[in-house]
Design a protein around this ligand. Sequence first.
Ligand SMILES: C[S@@+](CC[C@H](N)C(=O)[O-])C[C@H]1O[C@@H](n2cnc3c(N)ncnc32)[C@H](O)[C@@H]1O
Length: 371
Amino acid sequence: MKVAIEKLDHYGRGITKINDKICFVENALKEEVVEIKIIKETKKYILASTTKIIKESKDRVAPSCPYSNLCGGCHLAHLSFEKENEFKESKVTEIIKKFTKIKDITIKNIIYDEPYHYRNKITLHSKDGKVGLYEQKSNTIIPIKSCLLVNKKLNEEIKNVLPSKEDIILRIGNKTEEILNQNNKKESITSYIGNKKYQVSAQSFFQVNSTITEKLYDEIKSIIQERNSKNVLDLYCGTGTIGIYVSDIVNNVLGIESCKEAVMDANTNKELNKATNCTYKLGKVEDLTKEITNKYDTAIIDPPRSGLHKKVVEKLLEITPKNLIYVSCDPITLARDLNLLKEKYEVEYIRPYNMFPRTYHVECVCVLNKR
Ligand SMILES: C[S@@+](CC[C@H](N)C(=O)[O-])C[C@H]1O[C@@H](n2cnc3c(N)ncnc32)[C@H](O)[C@@H]1O
């Protein structure tokens, strides 16, 4: 069957209609005409794959990865990087417009850097003596020699990884090039963002793209500086990265984080950076709302994909710090939370960051001011 693609959905799939039913077409771009094979049909939608491109988009590029037909990691490998950035800007704009009832939110230009070799971490899977990545939509292992998204030096380690019963996480420190792997049994590495030094344990969260992270943290720091914020909450603080990044220009930072190893790292990072004005509490933010008091003028909020717990929203609406800086890796939950916060806060702007090039994922920073 031949179809014309109207646009891309938020997962980078082409959209068309077949007998008025929406059809998502994998590996198809806007304005292309493609032949498809139907993979699945439900009452609401059809899922299809592209079998032949009849009219090709000028934005199509040949994926430069030997595993691109097998591994589903790079959802946008066939789209030029320039158009990928446009796609992510429009994706954020559309989601915010569709899911918030707030009018005229400013979406600033996306910040991006290199499309490849940006990842400081790779998780390898292992089964039946094989080590590699999962084939898309399955648990079959594709043994890989390297991954185009991964830091070049870290890629060299992949060949040394031995089969294991558990997933194998490899990490490399930004600037230090310290490596966390199976063989050296290191428990943590040191990494830099800007001139701040961070210890990162295997279990702790650390942004995967250090170049974009530095740009993101610089934006947060300049917001804090402009607003003259002095008492800062760093909610979902991980290894204390953001709070420590801004610690030189504020009086106090309180970080809250639920991962024990990350809080231990945060306390070490406080020492490493002589950030004596930072304090860390271990626990879920929703269980520690008593720590969130009206002493704070700014809250930096960087939750996981699920966004904010209802109790956290309630507490923020109660103590109303002057500014909220919401860092989000999922624009849909960001939109949901903005709807809840809008009673007391207005959105100044949202800026997308291309933290995860060649995938459909996008990071955003959203600046909110108390009404
Ligand atoms: C997106 S990461 C941000 C970490 C840090 N701000 C950074 O930039 O490196 C989210 C963090 O929230 C933590 N987390 C998840 N659920 C939580 C909760 N309910 N309360 C506190 N921390 C939580 C995770 O362990 C993770 O470290």
